[in-house]
Design a protein around this ligand. Structure first.
Ligand SMILES: [Zn+2]
Ligand SMILES: [Zn+2]
Length: 146
C-alpha cells in the first residue's frame, strides 16, 4: 500500500465513503481497505466515522492528517498532529484554515510624552512604553505633591 493510497482512503473515509467505494477508487480489495481503516480507528459506518474523526481530532486523540493516535504530553501544549510532517501536509491541504486575521494596528499618541506609537491589537493603550506609564502614573503625582 502506498502513502498516496493511505491518504486517499483516509480522505474518503472522512467524507463518509464506504469500503466498497473506496476500494474501487484506490484499486485495492475491500478487505484490505477495511483492515487499514480498522488499524486507524476509522472503521464503522461512514457517517459515524465522520463524526468520530471530527470528535477525536478535536479532542486531540488522533491526527487530523493521517488519523494515527496521538500521545499527548502530560504537561504543556497539546499536540494537534502526530508529527511535524503531518502538520505541514495538513496546512498545505487546508490553507484556508490558516488565514488568521492580521492583528490590527493602531497609531496612537502617548499620554505622557506625546510621541506617536503603534499598538498591536489594543487601541486603548495610553503609553508608548513602560517608562512613560510609570512616569505618568507615579512621578507626576509625586511632583504634584511638592
Ligand atoms: Zn499524522
Ligand atoms: Zn511615551
Amino acid at each position: 500500500m502506498t502513502d498516496g493510497q493511505k491518504n486517499k482512503i483516509i480522505e474518503l473515509r472522512k467524507n463518509g465513503a464506504g469500503y466498497k467505494a473506496i476500494a474501487t477508487e484506490v484499486g485495492m480489495s475491500r478487505d484490505a481497505v477495511r483492515a487499514f481503516c480498522k488499524s486507524r480507528n476509522i472503521s464503522g459506518f461512514g457517517a459515524v466515522t465522520v463524526m468520530n474523526i471530527n470528535e477525536q481530532t478535536e479532542n486531540g486523540n488522533i491526527c487530523p492528517n493521517c488519523c494515527k493516535p496521538i500521545t499527548q504530553p502530560h504537561k504543556g501544549r497539546r499536540k494537534k498532529f502526530c508529527s511535524e510532517k503531518c502538520r505541514r501536509d495538513w496546512w498545505k491541504e487546508h490553507p484556508e484554515s490558516g488565514t488568521q486575521k492580521e492583528t490590527a494596528q493602531y497609531r496612537l499618541k502617548c499620554t505622557y510624552c506625546g510621541k506617536e506609537f503603534i499598538s498591536y491589537g489594543n487601541k486603548n493603550r495610553k503609553y508608548c512604553s513602560h517608562y512613560c506609564y510609570i512616569h505618568d502614573r507615579f512621578w507626576k503625582k509625586e511632583e504634584g505633591r511638592i
